[in-house]
Design a protein around this ligand. Structure first.
Ligand code: 6R9
Length: 654
C-alpha cells in the first residue's frame, strides 16, 4: 500500500533530540537575526571555526550592483584548506577514521582511512603533482571514480594551491575535453576503469579520446584501480600509485589567500556552454564546515554519509570539505543504491553505523518502488538525521523516507542550494525548525531570501506569496565568478533582478514564512537531481548530420523528477525510424554522457515558432506534459497547424 502523505503536517524533533542539538529554536532565531543585522560581526566570529595562518581583519566586502559585482570574504586572511581538513586534526584525531571507503563490490573489504593516513596519501599525491610541474594557481582536472584517490587528489591540489576541476565520471570524452580546454588544465587525473553497479566505465579510454582534442602538454596521471588492460602513451601517461609509492610521505602546505580559487566546477546553465563556477578558499570552507555541522547536527563520533558523487558540488562540500574541516568521519561510496540488490544503502548504513544519511529524492523514489522490505531487513538504529538534496522532494517520497528509513523519529532536512551557493541556503536545522514535507523551510544563517515578481521585478513583501527566488546579500560560500568570464557571471546571476543574486528557481512562501521551491524558471531541467541545460542537449542533437532542428524540454517523470523530451526535425529526405531514434540517443550519450540521453524523442515535421522565428517552448512543454488542453494563445505562431501534428503524435500519454 502507498504511504499516504499529509502535506499539511508539521514534524517536530523529539525533546531528546532538541536537548542534544547544537542549535534549538531559540538559538536559531537569535543567531539568524544577528547574522543578517550585522554580517560583519557574525562572520568575524564564525570565521574562527577554521584555522588561519594570517588572521583576517576584514570580513565582508561584497557588491551585488550589476556591472560592479564583486564578492570578497575575509580577504586579507591566509590559510590552507588541506591543512584545515587534515593537519589541524593530527593532535587529537590522528588515529580517528577520516574516510570510510565502501567499494562497489560488497565482497571487497571497506577501507578505514585515518587522518594520519590521509595526511600521508595526500602528501604523496601532492608531491607527485609537484614533480610533474603543477604549481600554485595551475588547474588540475580530476576524472575519477568514487575512490579514496579522488579525495587525496582534491586535498593535494588544495595543499599546493592548484585549482581542481572535477569532471563527473559519467561525462563523455567530448565533455571532458571541453572542460580541460576551458580551464587550460596542466594535468588530468584519471583511473583505468570506474566500476559501478558491477559495470565498468572505461575512464582511461575516455580520457585518451578527450586528450586528442587537447594540448600535447597535458599530462595524464592514471590510478590503476581495477587493473584491467588500458592503452598507455609513454611520455604522457604516469602510473600515479607507483609514483605515490616513490614520493615523499610529507608535503608542506602552501599559504593561500582567502580569495584564491580552491576549485572550478562546471555546471549547466541556460545556454549551451557549461559554466565554470569558481569557489575560493576561506569563505567557502567556513560555510561548508558550518552547514555540515549544523544542518546535520553532526557530533564527534558520528559517521556521516552523503551519497552524492564528488563530481557534483554536493560531493565537494559534504563528502570532502565540510566534514573533513570538522574532523568528522565521512563515508565515500563507490557503488549504486541497487547493486547487488535494492538493500545496499541500508546494508551500508547498518555495516558502518551511519549517523547522518544524505541522499537525493530520485534515489528515494526508485527504492520506494522496489518495496519497504529492502529497508526493513537492515538495522538502521544508528541513524539520527536524514537529508535530501537536488530537487524538491515530493510528499510521497518524504513520507516513505520518514516512515521506513527514519522510523518516524528522525528529523529530515530538505536542503535547497546550488553549485553556485557552495553550501545550504534554505534548510531546517534539525533541532530548531519543524519540517513540512516538501518544504526547504527557512534560510541558513546569513542568507536573505526574497521573492520577486517575475514580470515586474518588484519584491513581494507580504509573507504568503509566490514568485522567483533571489538572495538579497552575499554569504561566505557564494561563488565569486565564472572561470575567465566575469561578464557572463554578472549577466547570468545579477542582470535580471538588479541588486539581487538570482537563483533561477521559482518559489512559494507560506503563512509561516516557509519556502517551497517550485523548480527552475529558466531553461535548466533537473533530471534525477542533475542539472541539465536544454540548450546543451539541443546542440548535441543538431550536431548529428541527420538532424535539422531540435527543441528540448522537461516533462514530469515518476522516478527522475523530470525527464528529457526532445522534439526533432530531420533533414529533408531523412525518414524517421526506431533505429534512428536509437542512433540519436547513442549520439547524445556520446556527446555529453548517459545522463543527457533523451527519454522521449518525437519526430517533429515543424516546430511552433513565432513570426520572428522564436520557438514557443511554452507550447512544447505543455505537449510534453500531456496537458495540451490549455495551450494558451497560439495566434502569434507563424504556422499554427504544426501544433496539431505535435499533439497527435505526442510521446507522453500518461
Ligand atoms: C546542490 C545542488 C541546483 C538546483 C537548484 C534547484 C534544485 C537543489 C533542492 C532543489 C528543491 C531542494 N534543488 N536542492 N530544489 N529543493 N532541496 O543540487 O546543486 O546541481 O547546482 O542544482 O537544484 O532547482 O537551482 P545543483
Amino acid at each position: 500500500m502507498k504511504d499516504q502523505p499529509d502535506a499539511s503536517a508539521v514534524y517536530k524533533p523529539s525533546d531528546d533530540f532538541v536537548a542534544n542539538a547544537h542549535v534549538d529554536a531559540g538559538a536559531y532565531a537569535k543567531m539568524y537575526a544577528a547574522s543578517v543585522a550585522d554580517p560583519d560581526a557574525f562572520w568575524a566570529e564564525h570565521g574562527q571555526r577554521i584555522d588561519w595562518i594570517q588572521p583576517f581583519t576584514k570580513v565582508k566586502n561584497t557588491n551585488f550592483e550589476f556591472g560592479k559585482v564583486d564578492i570578497k570574504w575575509f580577504e586579507d586572511g591566509t590559510l590552507n584548506v588541506s591543512a584545515n581538513c587534515i593537519d589541524r586534526h593530527m593532535i587529537t584525531r590522528a588515529n580517528q577514521t577520516a574516510i570510510i571507503w565502501e567499494p562497489d563490490d560488497p565482497k571487497t573489504p571497506a577501507l578505514h582511512i585515518t587522518y594520519a593516513k590521509l595526511l600521508e596519501e595526500t602528501s604523496r599525491m601532492a608531491n607527485v603533482l609537484k614533480s610533474v610541474g603543477v604549481k600554485k594557481g595551475d588547474r588540475v582536472v580530476i576524472y575519477l571514480p568514487m575512490i579514496p584517490e579522488a579525495a587525496y587528489a582534491m586535498l593535494a591540489c588544495a595543499r599546493i594551491g592548484a585549482i581542481h576541476s572535477i569532471v563527473f565520471a559519467g561525462f563523455s570524452p567530448d565533455a571532458l575535453a571541453n572542460r580541460i580546454n576551458d580551464c587550460d588544465a596542466k594535468v588530468v587525473i584519471t583511473a583505468d576503469y570506474a566500476p559501478r553497479g558491477g559495470k565498468k566505465t572505461p575512464l582511461k579510454d575516455n580520457t585518451d579520446k578527450a586528450l586528442l582534442h587537447c594540448s600535447d602538454r597535458v599530462k595524464c596521471l592514471v590510478v590503476k584501480h581495477t587493473g584491467d588492460q588500458i592503452h598507455w602513451i609513454a611520455d604522457r601517461d604516469i602510473d600515479l600509485r607507483q609514483q605515490m609509492d616513490w614520493a615523499k610521505p610529507y608535503c608542506p602546505y602552501v599559504e593561500m589567500g582567502a580569495e584564491d580559487p580552491l576549485f572550478i566546477l562546471y555546471t549547466s546553465g541556460s545556454t549551451g556552454k557549461p559554466k565554470g563556477v569558481v569557489h575560493t578558499s576561506g569563505g567557502y570552507l567556513v560555510y561548508a564546515s558550518m552547514t555540515q555541522q549544523l544542518t546535520f547536527d553532526y557530533h564527534d563520533g558520528d559517521v556521516f554519509w552523503c551519497t552524492a558523487d564528488v563530481g557534483w558540488v554536493t560531493g565537494h562540500s559534504y563528502i570532502i570539505y565540510g566534514p573533513l574541516a570538522n574532523g568528522a568521519t565521512t563515508l565515500m561510496f563507490e557503488g549504486v543504491p541497487t547493486f547487488p540488490d535494492a538493500g545496499r544503502f541500508w546494508e551500508v548504513c547498518a555495516k558502518h553505523k551511519v549517523s547522518q544519511f544524505y541522499t537525493a529524492p530520485t534515489a528515494i523514489r526508485s527504492l520506494m518502488g522496489l518495496g519497504p522490505e529492502w529497508v526493513e531487513k537492515h538495522d538502521l538504529s544508528s541513524l539520527k538525521v536524514l537529508g535530501s538534496v537536488g530537487e524538491p522532494i515530493n510528499p510521497e517520497a518524504w513520507n516513505w523516507y520518514n516512515t521506513h528509513v527514519g522510523k518516524g523519529t528522525r528529523p529530515i532536512v530538505d536542503t535547497f542550494w546550488q553549485t553556485e551557493t557552495g553550501g545550504h541556503m534554505l534548510t531546517p536545522l534539525p533541532g530548531a525548525i519543524p519540517a513540512k514535507p516538501g518544504s526547504a523551510t527557512l534560510p541558513f544563517f546569513g542568507v536573505k531570501p526574497v521573492v520577486l515578481d517575475p514580470a515586474t521585478a518588484k519584491v513581494h513583501d507580504e509573507v504568503e506569496t509566490e514568485g522567483v527566488l533571489c538572495i538579497a546579500d552575499s554569504w561566505p560560500g557564494q561563488m565569486r565568478t565564472l572561470w575567465g568570464d566575469h561578464e557572463r557571471f554578472q549577466e547570468a546571476y545579477f542582470a535580471q533582478y538588479k541588486g539581487y543574486y538570482f537563483t533561477g528557481d521559482g518559489c512559494r512562501r507560506d503563512a509561516d514564512g516557509y519556502y517551497w521551491i517550485t523548480g527552475r524558471v529558466d531553461d535548466v531541467i533537473n533530471v534525477s537531481g542533475h542539472r541539465m541545460g536544454t540548450a546543451e542537449v539541443e546542440s548535441a542533437l543538431v550536431a548529428h548530420e541527420k538532424v535539422a532542428e531540435a527543441a528540448v524540454v522537461g516533462y514530469p517523470h515518476d522516478i527522475k523528477g523530470q525527464g528529457i523530451y526532445a522534439y526533432v526535425t530531420l533533414m529533408k529526405g531523412v525518414e524517421p525510424s526506431d533505429a534512428l531514434r536509437k542512433e540519436l540517443e547513442a549520439f547524445v550519450r556520446q556527446e555529453i554522457g548517459p545522463i543527457a540521453k533523451p527519454d522521449l524523442i518525437q519526430w517533429a515535421p515543424g516546430l511552433p515558432k513565432t513570426r520572428s522565428g522564436k520557438i514557443m517552448r511554452r507550447i512544447l512543454r505543455k505537449i510534453a506534459e500531456n496537458d495540451f488542453g490549455s495551450l494558451g494563445d497560439t495566434s502569434t505562431l507563424a504556422d499554427p497547424s504544426v501544433v496539431d501534428d505535435l499533439i497527435e503524435n505526442r510521446m507522453n500519454r500518461h
